[in-house]
Design a protein around this ligand. Sequence first.
Ligand SMILES: Cc1ncc(COP(=O)(O)O)c(C=O)c1O
Length: 481
Amino acid sequence: MWKPDRQSNKPLYEQIADYLEQRISYGEFPPGSLLPSERKLAEQLGVNRSTIIQAFAELRSFGIIESRTGSGTRVSRTKWGATPKHTPNWKRYAEGGSFLPNPPFMRKIREALTDQPSRIDFASGELAADLAPMDEIASLMSAHHYTSYLGYDNPQGYVPLRETLVSYLKRYRSIQTSESSILITSGSQQSLYLITQCLLSPGDAVAIEDPSYCYSLPMFQSAGLRLFRLPVDQHGIRPDDIRTLYKKHRIKMVFLNPNYQNPTGTVLADERREQLLEVASELALPIVEDDPFSLTAYEGNPPAPLKSLDTVGSVLYIGSFSKVAASGLRIGWMVAPRSIVERLADARQQMDFGLSIIPQQVAAQFLKSSHFEPHLERLRIQLQFKRDLLIDTLRKELHDSVIYDIPHGGLHLWCKLLPDVNDGKLLDEAIRRGVVFVPGSVYGSDSSFVRFTFARAKNDEIEPGISRFAEALRSLTSINS
Ligand SMILES: Cc1ncc(COP(=O)(O)O)c(C=O)c1O
């Protein structure tokens, strides 16, 4: 009996859809015949019912099968009958366009979490429901009268949110700006997208940290950019490396996440910040400062952003609501020279006419409210608690087989495993045991590194999650318990 291949990069539902399509085309299921039920197929193939539902949805979208409530799923008569009707080859279209697909590991993780949401999630870089300010946001939403008119708004972003961000940036990030220099985006992701698509051209060389969140984004390759690496040590990148890359490759832009860097948790050292800004002004090189984690600083004040030290105007600053409040609101912002904001707002108009006003209103209310400061306080304490719980459990389970620097902010712990282990095989073993993490190679690193996000799992999931991970690791190495 055929079974889907769990080691394959191809999602399970696609393998099942292809298999069923083949059986139909061989005539095993003639036009109009009834297919086995979702439950039965799930049992036969050893997968969740939700995977069969996805496979059926795929076949339905090609017109191969039809489902009617109460009468099951049948092979389409129009597609396979006497006068067949031909559906466009959607698969070929789906492989077209200029966007590369996400890295296979990321797709595998997404599938593992959708397939079985009870898996313990050390992979998603976001806050758990108990860390997000859901009650505060709900109470603001019920207390405020939101807009009385929902027309197209300014693609640069809702003016009251931009005004609120002017005070927020001054108070929390020591950045002096005006609302006309702010662009509201759908998370920092869209800021990165707009920069790569609108300010750079295919063939341009850019520098990114190594390892870096940017490696997990095929967005850079889709834009035709050539990526060059700036190795990150305990104190961040070395500014002199930028000079070397500039000489060799004429890099056009540098992308950095200097505060509690994703994935390493590193903070760029103060003296390197100064050197970096000197190099940038010497070479007239723009620096993109991606700063989503600063306000999570567990103890003391967050590091000052490069933008607050930038007297020349080299820095495009990107912020986000995602890692300190709610990723699902999709609120991000960019602080940039007016010419850039106008150019990107114009592109934005062509893309989607701007972000919906409602989440912008909610974000503005929340940032202005008396809830924001206490929420941040609570968030920092709880993140630190989760970090400590994860580290304690790792130590208990894996002793010296895991090496890391303790992060003082952010959501992630970056670990090196000893001895070396193939991170792809480890992910498979972990998924089988009900736990998910991100393999280091997704961030451009050698195998044998892993990123754990400690913010997403519930407190009572952290210990069992790490024990299952340790079991997966032991199954591939000679580490003792
Ligand atoms: C460094 C960094 N930049 C940007 C993003 C994108 O976040 P969002 O679009 O939700 O603001 C992430 C998300 O993980 C990130 O880690």
